[in-house]
Ligand binder design. Sequence first.
Ligand code: SAH
Ligand code: SF4
Ligand code: F3S
Length: 462
Amino acid sequence: MADFHSELKSIAQPSKDGQGCKVFIETYGCQMNVYDSQAIDGLLDKDGFDRARDVFDADVILLNTCSVRELAEHKITSRVGEIRQQRVDADAPPAIIGICGCMAERLGIELQKGKNRVDLVVGVDNYDKLPGMLTHLMGKGKNQKRRHTATGHRTDAHYVAPPSVYPVNNSHLVTIHKGCDYKCTYCIVPYTRGPQTEKSPEAIVQEINTLVDSGAEEVTLLGQNVTAYHWQQELDFAALLESVAEIDGLKRIRFLTGHPKDMHKHTMDVIGGLDKVCPWLHLPIQSGSNAVLRRMKRLYKQDEYLNMVDYAKKVIPGVTFSTDIIVGFPGETEEDFQATLEVLRLVKYDQIFSFKYSVRPGVPAAKLNDNVSLDEKKRRLAEVIKLQDEIWLAEAEEQVGKTLEGIVESAAKHPKDSWRVRTANNRKFVVSNSHQGNGLKIGDSVSAKITGIASTTFLTGD
Ligand code: SAH
Ligand code: SF4
Ligand code: F3S
């Protein structure tokens, strides 16, 4: 799943009967964490906690963290020290700092030791305990302790993010299952998120109905392997898409991330046949070399992946692709690496998320010799990015002069007074606020003629 770093916007809301305690959540990692932060926000809101504007305004700071690469974890450790120092510099009293998410699950009580130790560690299945733990830590309950940890996987914990924290008319994240039953040899996620456990189709449909009732028009179904969704051997991902597509008032359905092994012809037929399902497939290939794919335990070969892409192009009109790539996996030769570049040339992805292999403690690949040097990993990463830029630029230039349609998603950073628009097949363009004659707002449908390209975003003349 493509990962990114974001901050959950704080939404000023009065405290109900709460403790008058203000909480700020900073979110790292993938969209699963973004959703979880919304769920945490909802749980705390229900218990009367307030949302802080920023780390200075907060009594409690929660970092929702990612363990997928070593660097992601290092960033969090230094962020804890940075927040403490910034508060000292600003003459703010010490805050309670908590680690949630994948790092909490992986490192548990270890995070309460050392220089950058934190007060609270809450793993991915224990967010319902957060209000109680915070109440104790704030000294408002009995049995007050200085530090708390809650980790360990539970099958009963499926959190639902309340619509009140969503921006209306954006793509609303809806987690359909948690965890992962695959064991890709490089990956920490099965350890941090536990086994794949499904939300029931009824719960998913109900959650989306609630979103639609509060103004949502688009959802993104989320999971580490949404294509492997199955409910009691009765209903697979394709059938789930069909049920969700029946929801009145819902206009667009996206999903992230699909595992190539589970992207069956039948699933693609259903995607292609349902108007509401957007024609964009994020299908991480990781490597184009069969030898590397086998050592990664990805469960498909290069030709199977390419056949799947060909089939998708046939049955899903306007389909676009994005992917994740790891360079420098143990034993990756120059020839293996060239096979990855070849896949990029053949598929012509719109976007790739590429990473240098990072050893994760305790995963099967940690036993392999990490024999591709850091310099070589950097060189391969730079080469992958350069090739992808060339491929995308050639594809993008062909779009100039065409008219694209999409939905306004957010204000654009550049140029001033313009909006960022996303097409059904996940392409982005910017339009000025005066486009179509009057001021635009999030959720509006727009169409515009493409005049140029800046990185992955199309420019339009007006
Ligand atoms: N469930 C998703 C992946 C989640 S992790 C899937 O199966 O595709 C997101 C991405 O991080 C992965 O696709 C992979 O490209 C990258 N990644 C995971 N572990 C990594 C590691 N140890 N080193 C470098 N990149 C890694
Ligand atoms: Fe990690 Fe593989 Fe599961 Fe994706 S499918 S989360 S890469 S183990
Ligand atoms: Fe997501 Fe990072 Fe955890 S990618 S599942 S937050 S390890």
